[in-house]
Design a protein around this ligand. Structure first.
Ligand code: FAD
Length: 455
């Protein structure tokens, strides 16, 4: 069969979520993938990085075991064993996903696809048509002009995830999410790491207070960073790589990880030829992920929304429901939870103070220090829960730093997305002793009845 209700190009988070939901809604679906089902997130992104970060956490726990009265010694990191643990996680999830796609009767087409008409994609010389087409071809690691990735000394996250050794020294170009996660894991594995970031602070999209706390924690961990200075050049030699910044500062290391963002995969696959509207490589869509061509949708990293797997899932589901005539509500992108899984973690949802002010809100802020939280003391983690709220109104943003705070987003995103006020949350009882109490206590304090909070 070559005719479908929904024909999807790209089997990553956005594409496969769309396929699963569309088939659940009774549509006849085909999914085209040239590499591995699961895409970047499963094979080169979220899952492998978090497995490495967990191995790093185990190493740090061992290193610091004596602080908890436990006698243990870190005898080294066996990268081959770390990689086989990581690959085992990927492989299990990959098999599960393959089974899921099959069980939902999605037709899986292997091969490189090309959009040859607004309703047709060609794969291996066969023309498939769809009443609806969903483009979900994802993204690739970007580099800077003149900075060539050689895969050895100068690498991207793709290579960094499969190294069979730990560099003694590493330079990470880019202090965003991916850069900070790799810096964190390499430091946990014993490397000497320097981050170079052109913007004035690490994780610059986060609230300024979160950046400050992450920088303080990284400094304490011995992760070096140079912010506010732009990269100029890099040269490699037998023994390493030297990076020169525009202010003349030089760093030399075993490897340079280029983590300066990801570009959309939209070239040479027929998008331009079919007349899709694009801006700097991204496909332009409306709030239902519709492109300018009727019946053609785009989701995930190829559209200029947050490049996150759960955003891809949500957009894929939205499109499937739109095609099935369910008229779903557009996504509120402010309400998307965001996590940097470094040690410590940085997690947020909603608006930063700066953005809230830019949008004209009458802002009040509250900072609850984790020093007042029992579980944080047990874990020996530092950080805070910061609330940004409308004066006498709803919570506009929640910004957290500390070990495991990513898990606290489950509640934080409900608070934001249900437009709760501090007094609504203050009524909720949080289990003691948990980190979630810090979320409760921050709202208690903002509602004017602080419990374990000074000042
Ligand atoms: C190191 C790293 C860590 C990350 N960590 C996280 C995280 O912790 N949490 C999070 O939410 N996000 C994370 N992300 C981002 C997340 O991986 C992406 O946002 C997500 O994978 C995007 O999904 P997608 O479907 O748009 O694209 P992709 O997952 O890139 O999938 C696109 C698929 O399309 C296929 N394809 C492309 N062109 C064609 C063609 N012409 N024919 C056939 N197939 C084609 C590709 O092979 C690929 O499988 C991370 C990314 C990286 C790189």
């Amino acid at each position: 069969m070559t005719e479908f209700d929904v024909l999807i190009l790209g089997g990553g988070s956005g594409g496969y979520a769309c396929a699963l939901r569309a088939s659940q809604l009774g549509l006849n679906v085909a999914l085209i993938e040239q590499d591995k089902l699961g895409g970047t997130c499963l094979h080169r992104g979220c899952i492998p990085t978090k497995a490495l970060l967990h191995a790093g956490e185990v190493a740090d726990s061992t290193r610091h075991a004596a602080e908890f009265g436990v006698n243990a010694q870190l005898n080294g990191i066996d990268m081959n064993a770390v990689n086989s643990y990581k690959d085992g996680v990927i492989s299990k999830l990959h098999k599960g996903l393959q089974g899921l796609v099959k069980s939902r009767n999605v037709t899986y087409i292997e091969g490189h696809g090309r959009l040859v008409a607004p309703n047709a994609i060609e794969v291996n010389g066969v023309r498939y048509t769809g009443k609806n087409i969903v483009l979900a071809t994802g993204s690739y690691p970007r580099t800077l002009p003149g900075l060539e990735i050689d895969g050895n000394r100068i690498i991207t996250s793709d290579q960094a995830l499969n190294m069979n050794y730990i560099p003694n020294t590493a330079i990470v170009l880019g202090g965003g999410v991916i850069g900070c996660e790799f810096a964190s894991v390499w430091k946990s594995f014993g490397a000497d790491v320097t981050i170079v970031e052109g913007l004035p602070r690490l994780v610059a999209l986060e609230d300024e207070s979160s950046s400050k706390q992450l920088e303080r924690a990284f400094r304490k961990r011995g992760i070096k960073f140079e912010v506010g200075t732009r990269f100029q050049s890099a040269t490699t030699s037998e023994s390493g790589v030297t990076v020169t910044l525009e202010n003349g500062t030089q760093f030399t290391a075993d490897v340079l990880l280029v983590a300066v963002g990801r570009g959309p995969v939209t070239d040479n696959i027929g998008y331009q030829e079919q007349g899709l509207t694009m801006d700097r490589g991204y496909l332009i869509v409306d709030d239902k992920c519709r492109t300018n061509l009727p019946g053609v949708f785009a989701v995930g990293d190829i559209i200029p929304t947050l490049q996150l797997a759960h955003v891809g899932f949500a957009e894929g589901i939205l499109v499937a429901e739109e095609i099935a005539g369910q008229n779903p509500r557009p996504i509120n992108y402010d309400g998307v939870p965001r996590v940097t899984y470094s040690d410590p973690e940085v997690a947020s949802v909603g608006l930063t103070t700066a953005v809230a002010k830019e949008r004209g809100h009458d802002v009040v802020e509250l900072n609850y220090d984790l020093a007042g939280n029992g579980k944080a003391n047990i874990l020996k983690t530092a950080g805070s829960v910061k609330l940004v709220a409308e004066k006498n109104g709803p919570v506009l943003g929640i910004h957290m730093v500390g070990a495991r705070v990513g898990e606290l987003l489950a509640e934080a995103q409900l608070i934001f997305n249900w437009e709760a006020e501090a007094s609504d949350v203050a009524q909720l009882i949080h289990a003691h002793p948990t980190l979630s109490e810090a979320v409760g206590e921050a709202h208690l304090a903002l509602a004017g009845k602080p419990l374990h909070a000074h000042g």
